[in-house]
Write a protein that binds this ligand. Structure first.
Ligand code: PDD
Length: 280
């Protein structure tokens, strides 16, 4: 299918013809959730895990899932193309009510939107990126993949304004995650990533990396990381479906170790690439 088409409420339509109501609660309140699923060689990566997280996000905002997993697959399949890597974006909002009211409206249909984009390799993956630590100003339900991303946008932009590519968020002295990524560090030779809970999005890439590390005998734990410990880590990297693994080579204007992507990152990234290949 041509990239320019999107799926909206039961139909595939050209992007510039896709329209929603100005009363849509996604538009008025950010009342909805989303998912981003990578596609390698025309195959959805960890589709079931993404669906499981989407179901949890929907339950978290008390919105019924409009489709079962087979129906979702049927909606997404026409977008898949075995050429370039792609990412599938799925968004569900509570729909458009007759008037603006915070309370859930009764008897309205959700708005279901799916689009697909080509993904080019992220150049920061090879050079490494700079990051800054920023106070995590978000709400208390960061495990829900809510479309309400204003805090994440402001935090990411704060990093960009300071010549950095990502903000590493810190709550009460401890690292939560990135503005749009999960965080890993190598501390005393052990790979550490913050534990799941309401403070972080349970990243699918994060879970894959933890599993790969465990399967290959690379010491890896899910433990809290203080900002002080992060500052003296020998390696830091971030993970996300859009950018896979990206090394952080500078934190708060100070180089991490020798300021180059580290050996544990290189090893896990290679294992991740091998794993992707093994699935297609
Ligand atoms: N975001 N934490 C946050 C806050 C995120 O927004 C993301 C990804 C992740 C990583 O999750 P995963 O590995 O499942 O992609 C962690 C997506 C890519 C986005 O908003 O575009």
């Amino acid at each position: 299918m041509q990239n320019k088409s999107v799926y909206l409420n039961g139909a595939y339509v050209p992007l510039n013809e896709a329209k929603i109501s100005v009363l849509d609660r996604g538009f008025l309140f950010g009342d909805g959730i989303y998912e981003v699923i990578p596609v390698y060689n025309g195959q959805l990566f960890h589709f079931q895990q993404h669906m499981e997280r989407m179901e949890l996000s929907l339950a978290g905002i008390r919105l019924a899932n409009p489709h079962d997993r087979v129906q979702w697959l049927n909606i997404i399949m026409p977008f898949l193309d075995s050429g370039q890597d792609q990412s599938v974006y799925v968004q569900i909002t509570r729909g458009a009510a007759e008037k603006r009211d915070h309370a859930f409206p009764k008897n309205i249909a959700p708005t279901v939107f799916v689009m697909c984009s080509e993904v080019l390799p992220y150049e920061g993956k090879y050079t490494g990126i700079r990051a800054i630590s920023v106070d995590d100003s978000r709400w208390g339900l960061c495990n829900i993949k809510a479309i309400t991303l204003l805090a994440n946008i402001l935090l990411r932009q704060t990093a960009i304004d300071q010549g950095c590519a990502e903000a590493i968020l810190v709550k009460d002295g401890y690292v939560t995650e990135g503005a749009a990524s999960n965080v890993f560090a190598v501390i005393d030779g052990i790979v550490v990533t913050p534990p799941k809970g309401n403070d972080i999005l349970p990243g699918i890439t994060r879970d894959v990396i933890v599993k790969i590390a465990q399967e290959h005998g690379i010491p890896c734990t899910e433990e809290v990381i203080s900002l002080d410990a992060l500052a003296i880590a020998s390696e830091i990297w971030i993970t996300s479906s859009m950018r896979e693994l990206v090394p952080v080579v500078e934190l708060d204007y100070r180089p991490i170790a020798d300021g180059k992507p580290g050996p544990v990152f290189q090893m896990l990234d290679q294992l991740f690439q091998n794993y992707k290949q093994s699935l297609v």
